[in-house]
Design a binder for this molecule. Structure first.
Ligand SMILES: Cc1cc2nc3c(=O)[nH]c(=O)nc-3n(C[C@H](O)[C@H](O)[C@H](O)COP(=O)(O)OP(=O)(O)OC[C@H]3O[C@@H](n4cnc5c(N)ncnc54)[C@H](O)[C@@H]3O)c2cc1C
Length: 351
């Protein structure tokens, strides 16, 4: 029987290995990781799980994944909702249009009075929407859970091993920002570029509710979630940092502190406990690349900053396609050949 090597034990690779095993082929799968499980983007992620996307293919992946997270439940997933706040007339119009298009795509988004969130400043908020099925998860914890499940079904985990050292009948490239390098080993060019993004954890803040939704300022993209009584902050950056050097920009940290003090006044003087940076694996259209890219080589990468929340659905569909030749979830929108000729990375991406 064919030996399948899944390269990369982030959320994507772990989910693929888990689903390959679940679909009956655990004893011929190697999950191969250059470092340790969940040390790439997965271990650095915010953990947001949302269905509120603007295109049908993204919504489909998110909807199929949220059921998995619901079954997982607390403490790995907290279904606290994703709350978007608009503070300008333009923001209100955008939020209204998005609400309609997402409802048409079947996402249960609704208008809400945001003052239900204890401690949140809402006197400048003109409109707000929430999807209560969305929430926040522990990306490294979920990934370790998947790896444990995969191993219990016979998958061979090899940490500190570069996939290029292993022979495979099928090589699955799930290496995040490292994917183009592994693909090049098979003479395949993947249009994926690393983009630096950072996160900040505060110390404990009095009164942060356990069910604080992921709260997003729609116009600026500034957002935060609760983590054990503290807050985790992130924001779409005004100038995109196209680089493989994952460094923290302290000016951004200072800016986010000021934004937090405004939106969540109880955190005005809170200390910053941790800051770190990681890499998004961006494609030109911010949608992933999923499918065969050469004989015996399958790619599942380029998740462009939202691969954790899509990993359950992607893992199930990829496993099915590799084992049976097709998948229930339509993977056609994600094929590599959609990028014909010259690929251009937009300099203004809404992330
Ligand atoms: C700051 C930040 C915040 C984010 N927030 C969110 C969020 O809120 N929600 C969300 O859904 N997503 C988020 N993401 C994106 C998310 O982390 C990833 O899309 C997701 O975790 C899937 O990652 P992955 O498994 O594809 O890649 P990774 O987690 O990067 O895993 C790839 C693995 O491959 C390994 N590898 C590389 N080359 C080789 C090789 N040759 N051989 C063997 N192993 C190799 C690496 O060591 C790495 O462990 C965020 C990312 C960052 C950086």
């Amino acid at each position: 029987m064919a030996r399948i090597v899944v390269a990369g034990a982030g959320a994507t690779g772990a989910s693929i290995a888990y689903h390959l095993a679940l679909q009956g082929s655990g004893d011929r799968i190697v999950l191969c990781e250059r470092e340790e499980v969940a040390t790439g983007a997965t271990g650095k992620a915010m953990g947001g799980v949302r269905q509120q996307f603007s295109t049908a293919p993204e919504v489909r992946l998110a909807k199929a994944s949220v059921r998995f997270f619901e079954e997982l439940g607390s403490p790995l997933f907290e279904q606290v909702g994703y709350l978007f706040l608009a503070t300008t007339e333009a923001g209100v119009t955008d939020l209204g249009e998005r609400l309609r298009s997402q409802q048409e795509l079947g996402v249960p988004v609704e208008r809400v009075d945001p003052s239900f969130v204890v401690g949140l400043r809402t006197d400048d908020v003109l409109d707000a929407v929430i999807c209560r099925e969305d929430g926040v998860a522990d990306p490294a914890g979920v990934t370790r859970h998947l790896v444990m499940g995969a191993r219990s079904m016979g998958v061979d985990l090899r940490e500190f091993t570069d996939a290029r050292e292993l022979d495979a009948d099928v090589m699955v490239i799930a290496c995040g920002a490292g994917s183009p390098k592994l693909a090049a080993h098979y003479d395949v060019e993947l249009p994926i570029r690393p983009l630096v993004r950072q996160l900040v954890d505060t110390g404990r803040v009095d009164g942060v509710p356990d069910d604080l939704p992921m709260t997003v300022e729609a116009e600026t993209g500034f957002h935060f979630r609760g983590v054990d009584g503290a807050l985790r902050l992130a924001m779409a950056e005004p100038t995109l940092r196209w680089s493989a050097k994952a460094e923290v920009d302290d000016e951004l940290v200072a800016d986010w502190r000021a934004r937090l003090a405004h939106r969540y006044p109880a955190a005005a003087d809170v200390e910053i406990r941790r800051r770190w940076a990681g890499l998004y694996d961006m494609t030109p259209d911010a949608h992933p690349i999923i499918g065969w890219v050469a004989d015996g080589v399958y790619a599942a990468c380029g998740f462009s900053g939202h691969g954790f929340m899509q990993a359950p659905a992607v893992g199930a569909a990829v496993a099915q396609e590799i084992l049976t030749g097709s998948s229930e979830l339509d993977l056609a929108p994600y094929r590599l050949d959609r990028f014909g000729g010259e690929v251009v990375f937009p300099e203004t991406l809404v992330l």
